[in-house]
Design a binder for this molecule. Sequence first.
Ligand SMILES: Nc1ncnc2c1ncn2[C@@H]1O[C@H](COP(=O)(O)OP(=O)(O)OP(=O)(O)O)[C@@H](O)[C@H]1O
Length: 246
Amino acid sequence: MSTLLEMSGVSVSFDGFKAINNLSFQIGEPELRAIIGPNGAGKTTFMDIITGKTKPDEGRITWGEKNISLLGKSESQIAREGIGRKFQKPTVFEAQTVRENLAMALRNPRGPFDVLFYKKTQEGADRIEAIAEQIGLSDALPRLAGELSHGQKQWLEIGMLLAQEPRLLLVDEPAAGMTPAEREKTTEMLVNAAKTRAVVVVEHDMEFIRRLGCRVTVLCEGAVLAEGSIDHVTSDPQVIDVYLGR
Ligand SMILES: Nc1ncnc2c1ncn2[C@@H]1O[C@H](COP(=O)(O)OP(=O)(O)OP(=O)(O)O)[C@@H](O)[C@H]1O
C-alpha cells in the first residue's frame, strides 16, 4: 500500500477560531479509513480542505505518486485528479431512471455531448450493469430514481461516484437514516469499493464503524486525538472522555 494523500501541519481558522489545528493525516491506496469525533471536531472542514472548498492557512497536502500539491488547485481540478465526495443527503436525478443516472455519471472520454452515444455502446452498458450489481440495484435499473428508498438513493449516488473511478472517495455519514439491513449492505459496498481505492468514511454510528473493520482516526478540536483499530481507539481514555463517554 503506497501513500495516496498526505496532509501535514494543516491549520484553518474561521474568525480567529482554529477549526483545524496543525493536522497531519495520511491515507494509502487502497485503504478504508473511518473518521470519528465529537460535533465540531472538524470532520466536515477536513473534507472541505481535501476537496478544495476550504483553503488552509498553513500546511501541505500532497497527492499521488508524484506528490503533487493540492493547494492552489480549484475544486474541479481536484475532482479531476480523482477525488470524489458523497455528501450526507443523496443528490440523484429523481426524474431519470437508475440506468440513466449511472450513464450520466460514467466517465466519458469523448466529452459530455456523447453521453447518449456512450450509453448505447456495449462497453457503457456493461459498465452500468457491473456498477448496478456492485450497489445492489441490478433489478432497479429501469426504475425512476425518485421512486427508490432513501437507502437505495444513497447507493445509487455511491454508484454514480464509483462510475467516475475516483482514487479517493470521501463519504459523509452514509448510515444516517438507513434501516439496519441497509446499513449492513452499505458496509459491504464500502469495504468492496476500498479494495481498489482509498475510501474515507465519516460516521457517528459506532456499530457501523466496527463492521467496516478498518483503521479509525479520531478527530478532536481540529487535530488527531487517536488512531488505530476500533478496539485501540475505543479503549483510549481520552477518546472515551471526549467522545464515547458523553
Ligand atoms: N465557514 C465557517 N465559518 C465559521 N466557523 C466554521 C465554518 N465552518 C466550520 N466552522 C466551525 O469549525 C468547527 C468545526 O466544524 P466542522 O463542521 O468541521 O465539525 P464536524 O466535526 O464536521 O462537526 P459535526 O459532527 O457536527 O458535523 C466548528 O466549531 C464550526 O462551528
